[in-house]
Ligand binder design. Structure first.
Ligand code: GDD
Ligand code: MG
Length: 374
């Protein structure tokens, strides 16, 4: 038996701008490795031998960046490049010759922007046992209106009665986690044209009683927009997955007490990070490789990407600081602010819920939320 996988990578990642101006969404680091690498690791663990990346934007960048991971994880990665966006189902038809070939019996499909405890081996086991065409992983959320909602007979896992994408009125709070496993037979339902799996395929599979739900254990988040990325980061940093996989990179309080880490296991450090005297870091912080934190600076609930510099006495709170950017002395960056690549905030400036496009400088306070500096 062969198991393959397809990751839905396409889309412009508009909601993660300005980061996606520099890098395709799946390559953006989450907890110091590309989002897609978290998924490749999980797929490999579940026995996948070949992974198709369904791309329609910047394919060459993906291809170049993924080479080393193909070697590292010893898994074949193929690129299926769309001439026009084929939606969330069309890419399965485009990759039919791979997904349906060499005695493949099952394949996983993942949205590229979901992060969780991916219990993919459990999902596959469950799917094999019920023997129908598809299984969706589901999770509970407070606001189901942004997602696909799954309704089952008794509100438990099992046969799906109804699938409603982005419902306008409340139908339930158990949602599609963007992680599926299918028997290859499902390919017979999908035509090669732009198609939404959520709007056009799942409702029919539910009608035919060929679609099952399995409850996901542990945390889950769609990290496709800044606020959710930060929430997802916090969930991840308190998860078992993080404790299991990253313990060698947890920040430690220095013996000389020169700076302070709050909740060490929720602070993840890249290589060659420098932290100045009197700085206070944590909880829930990820510092990428070559990040510098100046004396007396304060960083909490934030991700700082590779080679960025937070200068003396600055505060970074609930924000994302892009690659090679700098935050000036005594400045304050807060409230889901995202600084793109190579941006610079001058000294003594307050930036509140702002997106700053790559290579820009912020020279004065921006207090009104929701602004874009371009
Ligand atoms: N190859 C390809 N081509 N991929 C695409 C295309 C396309 O034309 N359009 C979207 N994708 C990819 C996106 O990059 C993403 O990984 C995935 O398909 C889902 O698209 P999103 O735009 O992120 O959808 P969403 O977040 O609004 O909703 C989806 O995810 C939710 C869970 O996060 C749906 O699947 C919902 O039902 C689900 O609850
Ligand atoms: Mg999404």
């Amino acid at each position: 038996m062969k198991v393959k996988a397809l990751i839905l990578v396409g889309g412009y990642g508009t909601r993660l701008r300005p980061l996606t101006f520099s890098t395709a969404k799946p390559l953006i680091h989450f907890a110091n490795k590309p989002i897609v690498v978290h998924q490749i690791e999980a797929l490999k663990k579940a026995g996948c031998t070949e992974i198709v990346l369904a791309v329609n934007y910047k394919p060459q960048e993906m291809i170049d960046a993924m080479k080393k991971y193909e070697e590292k994880y010893q898994v074949k990665i193929t690129y299926s490049v769309e001439n026009e966006p084929l939606g969330t189902a069309g890419p399965l038809a485009l990759a039919r010759d791979i997904l349906g070939a060499d005695e493949t019996e099952y394949f996983f499909v993942l949205n590229s922007d979901v992060i969780c405890e991916y219990s993919l081996d459990e999902l596959l086991e469950y799917h094999k046992n019920h023997g129908k065409e598809g299984t969706i992983m589901v999770t509970k959320v407070d606001d189901p209106s942004k997602y696909g909602v799954v309704v089952t007979q008794d509100g438990k896992q099992g046969e799906i009665e109804k699938f409603v994408e982005k419902p306008k009125t409340f139908v339930g709070d158990r949602i599609n986690a963007g992680i599926y496993v299918f028997s290859t037979k499902v390919l017979e339902r999908i035509e090669l044209r732009p198609t939404s799996i959520e709007r056009e395929i799942f409702p029919l599979m539910a009608r035919d009683k060929e679609l099952y739900a399995m409850d996901l254990k542990g945390f889950w988040m769609d990290i496709g927009q800044p606020k959710d990325y930060i929430t997802g980061m916090c969930m991840y940093l308190s998860s078992d997955k993080h404790l299991r996989e990253n313990s060698q990179h947890f920040a430690k309080n220095p013996e000389d007490g020169s700076y302070k880490i709050i909740n060490e296991s929720t602070v993840l450090l890249g290589e060659n990070v420098k932290i100045g005297r009197g700085a206070v870091i944590g909880p829930n912080v990820v510092l990428g490789d070559n990040v510098t934190i100046g004396e007396g600076a304060r960083v909490t609930r934030s991700t700082i990407f590779e080679s960025a510099h937070v200068k003396e006495h600055a505060l970074v709170k609930s924000s994302i600081i892009g690659w090679k950017s700098s935050v000036g002395k005594w400045s304050r960056i807060a409230n889901d602010t995202v600084l793109g690549e190579d941006t610079h905030v001058s000294d003594e400036v307050f930036v509140n819920n702002v997106k700053v496009l790559p290579h820009k400088t912020v020279g004065e306070d921006i207090l009104e939320p929701g602004q874009i500096v371009m």
